[in-house]
Design a binder for this molecule. Structure first.
Ligand code: ZN
Ligand code: ZN
Length: 380
């Protein structure tokens, strides 16, 4: 059983940033390994103090801890494999996704509207990364999302079965208290019940009075063919459970499409840059490209093909979302100049150069002729 973080630092749950910091400093000095050489107990305490402070100094982590206790940070407790649930889990892995979710859950966007203590659950965010091939064909993805759901033991009341929450004595159930401050009387959220208007004297043992428990759920997400990078998919009501009978939030899937080794995407069109040899460009030739539909397309290069030449493969691009149409695939030709010539190759090319005519290279011949004329007009 892990020690309570507030207890570890010896501060009250209501401690502010300053109090946390000074308590941490004091204890860290006391238990610092330099001051307690060879003392394993001190070292353990020092580690605990550090961990407690790391968590509590971060408002988001602190809020998560206040709500879920140590369970908020235990990967094993939620299956650990979360993040690998889809296509290798993307770059972020568990902690990033988890932080994202908590970031959303605890962030400023959260609305605490108490109407009879009911509160809408927070919206959750899930980052999903898919390959271009998956975006091409579409798929049904199973994702595992850690989220809080209504506690089944107390049905969300937070009170032990057989008992019921009591009206808060501080605010008489209004959830608000008035405090005089100079000339003004300010109304603010009741510190005793946190605005709920009720206090739980006998908390439910499963959810510790929260009315919600963390659970990992598996959801099926339909990714339509042709989906674009940056798309947001909303799963209504699949977010965090509401408090005390409030409606659940929504789950947002933020979808990104991984860059592809060969294809760049522009809307429904795909672009592929293909290097061909100088001789293929001059003599003509053929090559195959593997297209995303799983077939091969043959591209015929006519003789005398120039660098930058573009070939269009009609309908071989991405499907257009919710239609039967498809974009095109553009093959852009690059010409590779031969390197590391052997003596024999060099001789052949030199001989080739000697017997070349202006017609072989009309562009460069014309260009340098015009450049010379331009120079002559400048120096006249
Ligand atoms: Zn419960
Ligand atoms: Zn109250």
């Amino acid at each position: 059983m892990k020690r309570d973080l507030y207890e570890t630092l010896g501060v009250a749950r209501s401690a502010d940033e300053k109090e946390l910091k000074s308590a941490f400093r004091k204890l860290a000095m006391k238990y610092h390994p330099d001051k307690n050489p060879g003392d394993a107990e001190a070292e353990k305490s020092f580690k605990e103090i550090n961990e407690a402070y790391e968590t509590l100094k971060d408002p988001q982590k602190r809020a998560a801890y206040d709500r879920y206790g140590h369970a908020a940070f235990e990967q094993g407790g939620m299956g650990g494999g979360f993040g690998n649930g889809f296509a290798g889990g993307g770059a972020g892995g568990f902690s990033d996704i988890f932080e994202d979710i908590f970031g959303e859950m605890m962030g400023g966007g959260r609305q605490r509207r108490s109407s009879g203590g009911r509160e809408r659950g927070a919206d959750l965010r899930y980052n999903m990364e898919i390959s271009l091939e998956e975006a091409y064909s579409g798929k049904t993805a199973q994702i595992r999302v850690p989220t809080s759901i209504t506690c089944d033991v107390c049905s969300g009341s937070g009170a032990k079965p057989g008992t019921s929450p009591k009206t808060c004595a501080t605010c008489q159930g209004s959830g608000r208290v008035r405090a005089a401050q100079g000339f003004f009387s300010i109304e603010r959220t009741c510190p005793t019940c946190g605005g709920r208007g009720q206090t739980i004297t006998d908390p439910c043992t499963k959810c510790h009075g929260q009315g919600r428990v963390m659970e990992e759920r598996t959801l099926s997400v339909n990714i339509p063919a042709g989906i674009e990078d940056g798309t947001r998919i909303r799963l209504s009501g699949e977010g965090e459970a509401g408090l005390r009978g409030g409606p659940a939030g929504d789950l947002y899937i933020f979808l990104s499409v991984k860059p592809h080794e060969f294809y760049q995407r522009d809307g429904a069109d795909l672009y592929c840059s293909v290097p061909i040899s100088m001789t293929t460009a001059a003599l003509g030739g053929k090559f195959d490209v593997a297209t995303l539909d799983g077939t091969k397309s043959r591209v015929t290069v006519p003789e005398g093909t120039q660098a930058g030449k573009q070939f269009r493969l009609k309908g071989k691009g991405m499907p257009v979302l919710r239609s039967s149409q498809s974009g095109d695939l553009y093959i852009q030709i690059q010409i590779e100049t031969p390197q590391k010539l052997t003596k024999r190759q060099r001789e052949l090319l030199q001989e080739f150069e000697q017997i070349s005519s202006k017609e072989n290279n009309p562009e460069s011949t014309g260009f340098f002729a015009r450049m010379k004329d331009f120079f002559d007009t400048l120096s006249d």
